[in-house]
Write a protein that binds this ligand. Structure first.
Ligand SMILES: Nc1ncnc2c1ncn2[C@@H]1O[C@H](COP(=O)(O)OP(=O)(O)OP(=O)(O)O)[C@@H](O)[C@H]1O
Length: 614
């Protein structure tokens, strides 16, 4: 749906925001736009008055008018340069400093995760985030369009006062603008059409000179062939582009020739009128001054109109995101506080969840009770729905149907922030927070961000004390080379994420969704043992349910309850002994992994990763 009727209100909103945040700059920009309209008329009129007064011998008037003309002339030059600069600076600041953070804040405040996994949302978000300056520029474009109309109208009005025939300059200026535009379109179309060939030649060149490809190129002796092909592609692309530019120049020259002929004819007409006493020398001067600006005024107007129309490319996604966010906010969110401790546990009944844009449910009628204080392992093949279960428990998504009860209260009725404040989680696609190591961990519980003791405890839980000891400034080490800090290995980042997930002291839900996928099997085993101990501790303190998702069956044998998922359904559940005795899917997969482990050793015991993290 096109939201064009909402544009004026949006522009007004942006202008008001700009006024509130940057009154000085906004006022200067507005004054500059208004001034750029007025100076056109002022220059022509004062010049005419100065010349006519000179001819009449009215020296005082002539001097005053000449001074006015000089001022208007100077202003027109100043404004020509500053209007665009001022408006774009104002818009750019509004975009970068106000709109962009606001978009981020709005998105971060949205409940759930669904939007961040929807490509239609992400596509629009990236358009908006990279286009906030353009978004903020849109009301200025609209204003410039209006200013362009006024300036052109004034110009034509002035010319009309000399002779209505001078209005014919408008179609000639339109012809020139059209010819110029056509030439530019031709250049853009040719550039686009030859872009593939251009990229190909670049690729061929890189292939021949970059280390990765160069080894194979050298071995195969294909360098000469590649460079030949590159040269051919280059010649083809350049010939096309040069041809298009030559034709564009011809179009432009044609347009200019016609306009110049019209301009000369206009001057001749006014000279003739003046000679026959039907005009003044002032008219002649006014025509010389103003007629030349018809083309500029028209071209500026066309440009501003195109920019205004083009703004829809960022306004449309922006309004879409706002509507989407309003829709999410309007969905009733729970308000009940999370219980202080779990007594019964979490009970899922007939839970079905299908991701937007997919046909098959990721979870299909899941019913199970996760008893308070238990360690629950979720196993199953890739794509069997393990992470989806975890995401539903963490309230990242709402189930399409069925219910999830937390000690008898619907999870959806619980206040989301309150529930999250009582949850801890580490995920396979963990975040790499490029802060100090202390912050990367402390951000797991912002209330304890500066509590060194808590951070050290969390670091120890994740078996990450060795990493900290090896860092140049210990916990205060900045992470991330791009920030002048230290880069961690994949496994070290993962341990940092685990430590972050260990910051909360009294979670009711503790989720470990393949949090050790980047670690080798012995480290994983060691960490799981620690977390099993932590799970027992939490269970005693708050009745917390610990949910562990893992591909490595051997690491979860100590769980109280193992859920075996297959294509979104719960196919088996019980503890390790019950499931092995059952001789079903779990027993089979466990057996296969145990054999692989025995044959290949710990490092290769795990099946390959199905989905890369991130
Ligand atoms: N954001 C998403 N959008 C669409 N489909 C998704 C999304 N996330 C998961 N799915 C699909 O839902 C099904 C279950 O995925 P889920 O991530 O829960 O499985 P999993 O058992 O955790 O898999 P893995 O072991 O690979 O992590 C899969 O078919 C997957 O492709």
């Amino acid at each position: 749906m096109n939201r064009i009727s909402r544009y004026p209100a949006l522009w007004w909103e942006f202008m008001a925001l700009s006024w509130r945040r940057m009154p000085g700059l906004t006022l200067a920009s507005l004054a500059s736009v208004a001034g750029s309209v007025l100076v056109v008329a002022a220059t022509g009129l004062t010049l005419r008055a100065a010349v006519d007064a000179t001819v009449r011998g009215a020296a005082g008037t002539a001097v005053a008018a000449a001074a006015g003309a000089a001022l208007a002339y100077a202003l027109s030059y100043v404004l020509a340069g500053t209007t665009l600069q001022l408006t774009s600076t104002t818009a750019d600041r509004l975009g970068r400093l106000v709109l962009k953070p606001e978009v981020h804040r709005e998105i971060a405040a949205l409940e759930g995760l669904e939007h961040l996994e929807r490509s239609d949302f992400l596509d629009r978000l990236s358009l908006v985030v990279t286009g906030t300056s353009r978004l903020a520029q849109s009301p200025w474009n609209a204003l410039m369009t209006l200013a362009g109309v006024l300036r052109l109208g004034t110009t034509l009005l002035l010319l009309g006062t000399v002779s209505p025939w001078l209005l014919l300059l408008l179609p000639l200026a339109a012809g020139l603008t059209w010819a110029d535009h056509r030439g530019q379109r031709l250049v853009r179309a040719t550039d686009a059409a030859s872009a593939e060939g251009y990229r190909l030649q670049q690729h061929l060149l890189e292939l021949a000179v970059q280390p990765a490809g160069a080894k194979e190129v050298l071995t195969a002796g294909s360098a000469a062939e590649l460079i030949d092909r590159q040269a051919q592609e280059w010649d083809r692309a350049i010939a096309l582009r040069a041809g298009a530019r030559a034709r564009a120049a011809l179009w432009k020259a044609g347009g200019w020739s016609l306009f110049s002929a019209g301009f000369v004819a206009a001057l001749a007409l006014v000279a003739w009128l003046t000679a026959h006493g039907r005009g003044s020398i002032g008219d002649l001067v006014l025509t010389v001054t103003v007629a030349g600006t018809v083309k500029d005024s028209l071209q500026t107007l066309v440009g501003a109109t195109a920019e205004t129309a083009g703004s829809s490319q960022v306004i449309e996604p922006y309004l879409w995101l706002r509507d989407y966010a309003a829709g999410v906010r309007a969905r009733a969110s729970g308000s009940l506080p999370a219980p202080s401790e779990l007594r019964d546990g979490i009970t899922l009944t007939d839970v079905v969840h299908t991701y937007p844009g997919t046909d098959r449910p990721a979870l299909d009628g899941l019913s199970v009770r996760l008893p308070a204080g238990s360690v629950v392992a979720v196993v199953g093949e890739y794509g069997s729905g393990k992470s989806t279960l975890v995401k539903l428990l963490a309230k990242f998504y709402r189930a399409d149907s069925g219910s999830i009860l937390v000690d008898g209260t619907e999870l959806t009725d619980l206040d989301t922030e309150g529930w999250r404040a009582r949850s801890s989680a580490a995920f396979q696609d963990f975040g790499r927070f490029r802060t100090t190591f202390a912050d990367t961990v402390g951000l797991g519980d912002t209330g304890a961000l500066t509590d060194r003791e808590r951070i050290a405890e969390a670091v120890a839980s994740a078996d990450a004390a060795g990493i900290v000891a090896g860092l140049p400034d210990g916990l205060d080490t900045q992470l991330g080379v791009e920030l002048g800090g230290v880069e961690l290995s994949e496994g070290q980042w993962q341990r940092a994420a685990l430590a972050r997930a260990s910051m909360r002291r009294d979670p009711l839900l503790f989720v470990l969704d393949e949090p050790t996928a980047s670690l080798d099997a012995p480290s994983e085993q060691a960490i799981f043992e620690r977390y099993m101990a932590r799970a027992r501790e939490l269970a005693a303190r708050t009745g917390a349910v610990t949910v562990i998702v893992s591909h490595r069956f051997s690491t979860v044998t100590g769980a109280d309850l193992i859920l075996v998922l297959h294509q979104g359904r719960l196919v088996e559940s019980g503890d390790h002994h019950q499931l092995t005795a059952l001789g079903g899917r779990y027993a089979e997969l466990y057996g296969l992994q145990a054999t692989a482990y025995a044959l290949d050793g710990p490092a290769t015991a795990a099946p390959p990763r199905g989905r890369p993290p991130g």
